[in-house]
Design a protein around this ligand. Structure first.
Ligand SMILES: Nc1nc2c(ncn2[C@@H]2O[C@H](COP(=O)(O)OP(=O)(O)O)[C@@H](O)[C@H]2O)c(=O)[nH]1
Ligand SMILES: [Mg+2]
Length: 319
């Protein structure tokens, strides 16, 4: 029997139990005491090194992720320090409250690794988590860390703000594009330029690679970069360019580990704390914005005996 107590589950997950790990991840996807208890344990352990991939549906993220799992397994360690032998993979679809078709496709694309005991693949969908997936994903990564995972890949479908948020919560963020995609307006509008550490032009077997690279270079020329994002061409389904992509990841990691990783993580931690604060405040607003006192303030506003600022202060003071 698998226990329900997060503390026991963390111990089992550290010992390699995937069932325990899966249950902990279900806890962080939801809201409530089990989530809080899991988070309080998981945040004591460092997060794994996280590589995030984002891009439009069909760009080839899952096929690339599959290749990157192979690269990580083949290389085993980073500069002799980092252990890639246990790999966690999260597949995120913010648009879907269910594990729908896209995620089924992801599973198929990564099937070669699904039975490898050193690889753990999990899809996550929105459940009751108070901040939605953009908070559930960092929690899930911490749970992986607490379960001895030192390396994680996060695939996020889509190019909206939420997807960019999730993907950019990684140590190395990869934006996957395709030939013909490189319309500069589209990329800058979606905020991808600011978050990408590496651009991949996948499906480089198709026409338009040179133009897409040129468009990306031109967009990058407009910015000032401490790290100028690398551009790598790949054909994920045949594996062409995937070793170069791995080399680019290692290069970026070397760059940020050279004194920047702490700063990088501090910035990320602040963003995460800000998100939790906003989520808590939003839920407090939802609590305050109904009931007898609230209705009384609305009545007073309509009667002209108060103003919205005083009314809000009164409600806050009463809470
Ligand atoms: N021609 C070509 N097809 C690819 C390439 N990479 C992936 N595909 C195919 O594109 C489709 C979508 O790939 P998938 O990895 O599921 O994309 P995702 O939605 O971004 O995860 C699949 O049929 C892949 O086999 C590539 O480099 N060239
Ligand atoms: Mg996919």
């Amino acid at each position: 029997m698998i226990p329900r107590d997060p503390k026991e589950l963390v111990e089992l997950a550290r010992g390699g139990s995937r069932t325990a790990l899966a249950r902990l991840l279900t806890y962080v996807e939801s809201n409530g005491p089990a989530h809080a208890a899991t988070a309080s344990l998981a945040y004591r352990v460092p997060a794994p090194y996280v590589v995030g991939l984002t891009g439009a549906p069909g760009a080839g993220k899952s096929t690339l992720t599959d290749r990157l799992i192979s690269c990580a397994l083949a290389h085993g360690s980073f500069a002799g320090q980092h252990d890639f032998s246990e790999i966690g993979v999260l597949c995120i679809d913010p648009s879907s409250p269910f594990s729908g078709g896209a995620i089924l496709g992801d599973r198929i694309r990564m099937q070669g690794h699904a039975t490898n005991e050193h690889v753990f693949i999990r899809s996550m969908a929105t459940r009751g988590h108070l901040g939605g997936l953009s908070l559930a994903v960092p929690d899930a990564l911490r749970v992986l860390g607490a379960s001895r995972f030192t390396f994680a890949l996060v695939e996020t479908v889509g190019v909206g703000q939420m997807e960019v948020d999730i993907a950019s919560a990684a140590d190395t963020t990869i934006v996957v594009t395709n030939p013909g995609w490189g319309d500069s307006m589209q990329a800058s509008k979606a905020g991808l330029l600011e978050v990408a550490d590496i651009f991949v032009i996948n499906k480089a077997d198709r026409p338009g690679v040179r133009e897409t690279r040129r468009d990306l270079e031109q967009m990058l020329d407009l910015g000032v970069h401490e790290w100028r994002p690398l551009i790598v061409e790949t054909v994920a389904n045949t594996g062409v360019g995937t070793d170069e992509l791995w080399a680019a990841i290692v290069e970026h990691r070397t760059f940020i580990e050279d004194g920047r990783l702490d700063e990088h993580r501090r910035t990320r931690m602040k963003k995460e704390l800000d998100k939790v604060l906003s989520a808590l405040l939003r839920s407090k607003v939802a609590d305050l914005a109904h009931g007898v006192s609230y209705d009384a303030q609305v009545d007073a506003l309509l009667a002209g005996t108060t103003d919205p600022y005083r009314a809000a202060e009164t409600l806050l003071a009463e809470s």
